[in-house]
Design a protein around this ligand. Sequence first.
Ligand SMILES: Nc1ncnc2c1ncn2[C@@H]1O[C@H](COP(=O)(O)OP(=O)(O)O)[C@@H](O)[C@H]1O
Ligand SMILES: [Mg+2]
Length: 427
Amino acid sequence: MASREIASSDDEPAAPRKGFKPTPEAPYRVVTPDVKDETRPPSPPPETPPAKPKRPQPIKARSPVDNFLAWLSPRSSRESKWMQPLTVRKSHGGDALLDALDAAPRAATDRPLPGVVLDDGFKVPEFAYAALVDVAASPVGVGCQGEVYAVRRPKTGEKLALKVLLRDVATSPGERRCFAREAQLLARMAHPNVCETMGCSTTPGGLPCLLLTWCASDVLRSLKLNDVADPETRHKVAKAWPAAERLRLVAELFGALAYLHSGDALRGVAVVHRDVKPENLGLTDARRLKLLDFGLAVALEKEDAAAFELTGDTGSRRYMAPEVAKQRPYAAPVDVYSAAIVSAEVLGLHRAFAGLSLEDHERRVIDGGLRPRLQASPRLQALFAALWDGDAGKRRDAASARDELAAVVAADSDPLRATPSCACVLS
Ligand SMILES: Nc1ncnc2c1ncn2[C@@H]1O[C@H](COP(=O)(O)OP(=O)(O)O)[C@@H](O)[C@H]1O
Ligand SMILES: [Mg+2]
């Protein structure tokens, strides 16, 4: 996560459209760090060497996967100034556990998409990178896989986000496959609480990139979760985000997961996000939650029992379900566990497991069943106990969590009684 705040925008959140393809003859203004003159016509990056005569290449038949990966692969090893600045780095405000765990490299996953996803005739739209307007010089957010820049859509000026694969990450074929899978999955999503992509392209520096719905902020930054231990900050956040608003965010999160897990997004194929955490929950200008970052997501065919036998240490430890931490087989319930821990942070305005060392986390949370304290009505407490159950088989699913949250809110005007400052209890 980046330490810098994304400036809030006055733009109306516009409904994203799929298949965005600007017409090539439109007089687009291209602004790059080195081209500031707005009246100049778009020109190729200055470091582009003169074109060399190409040798004829033999035409080989390639599978759709190979084609997609080839298209996402860097087309050139040349350095470009366009996407160079890596000035914004992660900053986590002195939380030992978070610093240690989020800095850890994540497990790569080379799991291919099921045939039903890849071979359904759908093509991820490609957009013309050069047509983008006002490409920001430095990123608004940086994660383990990519950095995100503010850009504008030609003609309409609509603000969008451009996620660019990090240069060092892009050298790994496994990571490129993850990015390809993210593009494939996101392009098929259509849910109000899931970030949409308008298409993919390649930067002039040869890095694959995705055009996304713009999010003015994310839950970590908006709710200042790294700073809510300070009573004054917590008070301000609680005022800016009243309980009803925070409950709505939580309901939207479970709504997004219900959509992913149900198979509605991909004709019978469940999508497991595997990295649900506050910095991956975008917020639009209208404060609507958008689930971001499908870099670790996998698609599982329900009929294929073996597909549910994923194992591995994947995701961020604070939100990691015990079965993942233990490298046991896991599936969609891992997202429910993560979402429950995130929700406790959002509802209670405190950091879960703050101050625990890695060993303490393993011993007390993974093995000992420690969970965040949630000051809430008995009905809401019962729901959370069923959402973060250490036994994945006993965990409630995301759809029933979404429905129960709606029922709780309808039946009780204040399901969040007075919230505690910051505490953990053994459940
Ligand atoms: N659509 C978006 N609009 C605005 N900012 C975004 C958007 N998507 C991501 N970001 C910001 O960029 C950060 C990194 O993006 P993310 O997709 O999570 O990359 P990674 O896969 O590297 O973690 C996010 O935590 C968020 O702050
Ligand atoms: Mg991320």
